[in-house]
Design a protein around this ligand. Structure first.
Ligand SMILES: [Zn+2]
Length: 127
């Protein structure tokens, strides 16, 4: 799967975002090690703290279906500029895929690629 195809799936998932409070709609597409794609969108709640990001929605969907190896994630959001994952989502990604490729996009579908360790160099590890 190309980066562009994964970005297209993230954009598609963004359409399902439930963001009546922030208006900030995000979609994520997670590519598993065996080539499946799990998408997610942000889901907000009137009790703001209960809201969940698109990235974690996609991860939890995959893990709940028994998939725990991931190769890449594309993230697409509304607004201007590149949309980066929050720290909570990076930590959750690191649990399963510390080497995952992250494809970050802007409103014009320009993209940048990062390794997760570049974005979260000192992640929490339970010892
Ligand atoms: Zn997040």
């Amino acid at each position: 799967m190309t980066n562009e195809e994964l970005i297209a799936k993230a954009r598609q998932a963004q359409q399902n975002a439930y963001a009546p409070y922030s208006g900030f709609k995000v979609g994520a597409a997670l590519l598993s090690g065996d080539g499946k794609v799990f998408t997610g969108c942000n889901v907000e709640n009137a009790s703001y703290g209960l809201s969940v990001c698109a990235e974690r929605t996609a991860i939890f969907k995959a893990v709940s279906e028994g998939i725990k190896e991931f190769a890449a994630m594309a993230i697409a959001g509304s607004g201007e500029g590149f949309i980066y994952p929050c720290g909570a989502c990076l930590q959750v990604l690191a649990e399963f895929a510390p080497e995952i490729k992250l494809i970050i996009t802007d409103e014009k579908n320009r993209s940048k690629e990062y390794n997760l360790q570049e974005m979260l160099p000192r992640l929490f590890v339970l010892r």
